[in-house]
Design a protein around this ligand. Structure first.
Ligand SMILES: [Fe+2]
Length: 528
């Protein structure tokens, strides 16, 4: 029989932590720390830690919150860092601090404590230096709260991964129809159907983060967040000639109210930054709205992987041609930029940096083309930015950066694809694209947009035609929800997609697919 210490030593500390946190959920903990805890943006010697303190429990005279950090999940010994309550964000009561002077590649445990009440207990591992044999990275996207539960996050909490990369659509700015499951409605403080005030955006994060499965995942694994459109507004882009954001489906933009549109941008950034354990800084005093925040950044995982995270919303030109879905396309597809000049230069510099076997690109929207009966799938994705897409492909090819893995979200589907320099040539692979399905948002089996845009009868036909007509796409699932696991070794970059049933909060997980990209071989293999 294992002793407790051996039990923890065998890497079962996650299970120990999960059962401890389940007990804490049933104690006074949620009254004091209603949204749990989180860690994010790990480096070799630092981490961002996050929590929210319920303002109703703050007592005069108790002006400090304690942070405990330990190498032991049972906290037999730990360091205490007292934090003055004046560091709480006055609008959100959240706390975000960077803890530095940590050791590389080391497991840490942490908890907050206020007036003798402990928060959930969390853990994170700092990024390693030097030789690294293997690591596991989870990637997730699209978690519309009223669309379903988050069983995916309960499974993620048990994965023992180095990090969860969140590819965006952490919240949805609008009440998109009635909730699909009980108990998950959205009622904005402003009374509108779309976020209209700072309070509305704050309300969204408070609501989404009330989910216990999401809290468990955030406690158990560090997150690296980027965003997609819904953290601000659907399908947004930037009009460089006017210096304004374009929100094509937003009522205030349609009513030509640029002042409010730019105010909303500030609210969206403010709320994201307050609730997200990301190492980003706000600067609203800059007259250029593109300088208000920068979220593109990178992480190095020993000699194994270089994770490069881009922002594909804030700097992009408006979507080209006539319509988003089912477009014949037009010349403008080759003139648009998704990354913007400055970020693209940074991106290419990062791609050129040497020292890691794998380049892992956290990319928000579908990279490979997917045409059906000659119509482009979505011009909001890279198909709307084909000139810049080809520039990236050529860059990877010229620099022989064939060990590149593109992680993608946004589409609410699983997609596994070869990224080819020339789509007609199967021997011209320069990278692979691994797309994870939504955590909970509606997929094509629930919203039949293919009928309207492609004149197809059912989702099976939609999937079949896309696979047949785009042979570089190896696998599509338009009917699932779940998460992706990237397993990196020196020999391969594997992707497993795990499916869950979002309608059942206790859903099991099932393997949707398992693909392997072989080091140096430019070959993508189906494992199962
Ligand atoms: Fe989404």
């Amino acid at each position: 029989m294992l002793t407790r210490r051996e039990f923890i030593g065998y890497g079962v500390s996650t299970l120990f932590l999960l059962s401890l946190n389940e007990k804490l959920f049933a104690s006074d903990t949620p009254d004091v720390f209603p949204l749990g805890i989180a860690s994010g943006d790990p480096t070799q010697n630092s981490i961002v830690l996050w929590t929210k303190l319920n303002p109703d429990v703050i007592k005069k005279g108790v002006e400090k919150l304690n942070l405990h950090i330990s190498n032991d999940p049972e906290f037999k010994s730990y360091q205490t860092l007292p934090i003055d309550l004046k560091f709480l964000n006055p609008k959100t009561n959240t706390l975000k601090i960077t803890v530095s002077d940590l050791k590389p590649g080391t497991q840490y445990y942490y908890r907050f404590e206020y007036r003798g009440i402990s928060s959930l207990v969390g853990k994170f591992r700092t990024l390693p230096n030097g030789k690294v044999d293997n690591e596991k990275i989870i990637f997730v996207t699209c978690q519309n709260y009223p669309d379903g539960y988050y069983p995916a996050y309960r499974h993620i909490a048990q994965e023992e991964a180095l990090m969860v990369v969140h590819l965006g659509d952490q919240i949805y700015e609008k009440r998109y129809g009635n909730p699909r499951v009980p108990g998950r409605d959205i009622q904005f403080p402003s009374g509108k159907d779309i976020a209209n005030t700072l309070e509305d955006y704050i309300y969204l994060y408070n609501t989404y983060l009330s989910d216990k499965d999401y809290q468990l995942a955030r406690a158990t694994t560090p997150f690296v967040y980027i965003w997609d459109d819904h953290e601000y507004a659907n399908d947004y882009s930037f009009d460089y000639s006017k210096g304004l954001y374009v929100l094509p489906t937003h009522p205030d933009w349609i009513k030509n109210n640029p002042k409010l549109v730019m105010e909303l941008r500030k609210y969206a950034i403010y709320a994201w930054n307050a609730f997200t354990p990301a190492d980003a800084k706000i600067n609203f005093s800059d007259s250029n709205p593109l300088k208000w925040i920068k979220i593109y950044r990178d992480f190095k995982i020993g000699d194994l992987a270089h994770l490069i995270c881009t922002d594909e919303r804030s700097y992009r030109d408006p979507q080209p041609c006539d319509k988003r879905f089912g477009s014949l396309g037009c010349e403008d597809q080759y003139k648009t930029s998704m990354l913007g000049k400055e970020q693209k230069e940074w991106f290419f510099e990062k791609l050129k940096e040497k020292g890691q076997r794998w380049k892992v690109w956290a990319n928000e929207v579908q990279f490979v083309e997917g045409k059906i009966n000659n119509l482009f799938g979505s011009l909001d994705a890279w198909s709307g930015y084909l000139g810049e897409k080809q520039e990236i492909v050529d860059f990877l090819d010229q620099n022989k950066l064939y060990n590149t893995v593109i992680l993608t979200g946004d589409r609410h589907a699983t997609l596994i694809a070869e990224v080819r320099k020339d789509n007609k040539n199967p021997d011209s692979i320069v990278a692979v694209e691994y797309m994870t399905p939504a955590i909970s948002s509606v997929n094509a089996s629930e919203i039949p947009f293919y009928k309207r845009n492609f004149n197809l009868e059912n989702v099976e036909e939609f999937t079949k035609l896309e696979l047949e007509q785009n042979p570089w796409i190896r696998h599509i699932n338009n009917k699932n929800w779940g998460y992706g696991v990237l397993e990196l070794t020196k020999d391969y970059a594997d992707c497993k997609i795990w499916s869950v049933n979002k309608y059942d909060p206790n859903s099991d997980k099932q393997l949707d697919c398992h693909y392997r990209y072989l080091d140096g071989k430019r070959e993508l293999k189906k494992i199962s």
